[in-house]
Design a binder for this molecule. Structure first.
Ligand code: SDX
Length: 428
């Protein structure tokens, strides 16, 4: 990073010189760390103008609608790579050679089973528990199973933890679905690919051999790739913050799952389908667009808008293409897709959405594909969490393997100044 300087002029203070760092690509950043020693804080709720860390993993250009993982575009990766290869890339920084890939895939395959005790955690939940609530609990519980790899300063322990999480998330996710359906858990199979295995554990039964459509397996793998990582989003920032205290990595991932659940973040894919149900028919679109534009109406067009993208989310474009492929392949005519396409067309031509640069994001189409694949709406964010686990653990590992501090933001305090305690019998 080359250093330039910004000069901050604050009444009552000498000019303050702040270093400016220039990234490989993207915006310059101003290092404000020294302001505390001058008795000053910055104020940036929602971190809209704050770079929380240095990272080499993912780059997003919101204006161009560009997403790079270790320099490779999401379009190239989605069309030419596969999820486990993208996992290797995110974790180790380079695409694997054929030999490295074979070893990585084999290692993941041999970690897909969960401890036999883990299944008993599910029984504590009602069958109608939201699967994300179950994921938070069960993934957090993994912290209690792997005492052999919790020295976070040990690179081998960190690597084993990454393998375990990438390998076990599909098993745990599928168990969430099976538990809610009252069906027996399915063991993973080492003769299947990562996405075939997930579909087998989701829809297979002990009564017959699983028949997995290669089209669905490919679509599932592409969905995993599209959700793998996305820079310092809310859930990844949560994992980094939890990890900065030295917490158990499985607990940090459980924290990320909790943050992802919100409808403003990973919960949006489920919220999109619920919104399309609420809109119901093309004739109602204008009324809902008006609600979305009404400042006094809390309704937002789910699947639209993004903190960083002020152009089309490149993942949404790939997802849209996959959506048509899957529905055509399955011969499904989904009125919700028609409704979604019409909604997108009307919204993108509306001055409000154009002016505020609100485009469809990754969640707008993912729900429609997942629904077409027979996955219940309540499982959509679980699949997002499964996919994003590699991104979370890659960022956690990047932080822990470099010098870091515990994250501890400050605040703008607007509460009472010091005041005397009043005994209860004197309070009015
Ligand atoms: C994900 O960060 C990531 O990278 C996340 C993610 C990832 O891969 O990790 O990409 C995944 O979370 C995608 C986003 C999924 N969420 C949704 O689709 C929910 C609907 N979208 C909104 O909630 C909103 O767009 C956010 C939360 C995504 C972004 O919100 P910001 O950046 O805080 O922007 P904002 O709420 O300040 O909105 C700016 C303006 C506001 O109007 P004004 O106050 O300026 O008048 O745009 C309006 C908002 O009211 N606006 C919307 C809108 N989104 C923003 N108006 C109607 N419908 C919307 N969807």
């Amino acid at each position: 990073m080359t250093e330039k300087n910004a000069i901050l002029k604050v009444e009552g203070h000498d000019d303050i010189s702040l270093p400016i760092y220039t990234p490989t690509i993207g915006q310059d950043v101003i290092d404000v760390a020294s302001l505390t020693s001058k008795g000053l804080f910055t104020f940036d709720p929602g971190f809209t103008s704050t770079a929380s860390c240095e990272s080499k993993i993912t780059y997003i250009d919101g204006e161009k609608g560009q997403l790079l993982h270790r320099g490779y575009s999401i379009e190239e990766l989605a069309n030419k790579s596969d999820y486990l290869e993208v996992c290797y890339l995110l974790l180790f920084g380079e695409l694997p050679t054929a030999e490295q890939k074979e070893s990585f895939v084999s290692t993941v395959k041999n970690h897909t089973m969960v401890h036999e005790q883990l299944q008993f955690f599910y029984r504590g939940f009602r069958r109608d528990a939201h699967p994300m609530a179950v994921m938070c609990g069960v993934v957090g519980a993994l912290s209690a199973f792997y005492h052999d790899s919790t020295d976070i300063k040990n690179p081998t322990h960190r690597e084993v933890t990454a393998y375990r999480l990438i390998a076990k998330m599909p098993t745990i996710a599928a168990m969430c679905y099976k538990y809610s359906a009252g069906q027996p858990f399915m063991y993973p199979r080492n003769d299947l690919s990562y996405s075939e295995n997930f579909l087998h554990m989701m829809f297979g039964t002990p009564c017959e051999e699983s028949k997995i459509s290669p089209v669905l397996a490919k679509a599932m793998d592409r969905i995993f790739i599209l959700h793998a990582d996305h820079e310092q989003n809310a859930s990844t920032s949560t994992v980094r913050l939890a990890g900065s205290s030295g917490a158990n990595p499985f607990a940090c991932i459980a924290a990320g799952i909790s943050a992802l659940w919100g409808p403003a973040h990973g919960g949006a894919n489920e919220a999109v389908l619920n919104m399309l149900d609420q809109i119901g028919d093309v004739s109602n679109i204008d009324a809902y667009i008006a609600k979305a534009k009404d400042k006094n109406d809390p309704f937002k067009l789910m699947g639209f808008g993004h903190r960083v993208y002020k152009n089309y989310d490149p993942r949404a474009s790939v997802m849209r293409e996959s959506c048509h492929e899957v529905l055509n392949e399955l011969g499904i005519h989904d009125p919700q897709l028609e409704l979604a396409m019409k909604l997108e067309e009307i919204a993108l031509s509306d001055p409000y959405f154009k002016e505020k640069k609100l485009f469809p994001n990754v969640d707008f189409y993912s729900g429609i594909i997942l629904k077409a694949m027979g996955i219940p709406t309540s499982m959509f964010t679980v699949i997002f969490a499964l996919s994003r686990t590699v991104g979370w653990i890659a960022h956690w590992n990047e932080m822990i393997s470099n010098p870091y501090k515990i994250g501890r933001p400050r605040q703008l305090y607007t509460g009472y100044d010091e005041r005397k305690f009043t005994p209860v019998n004197e309070r009015k």
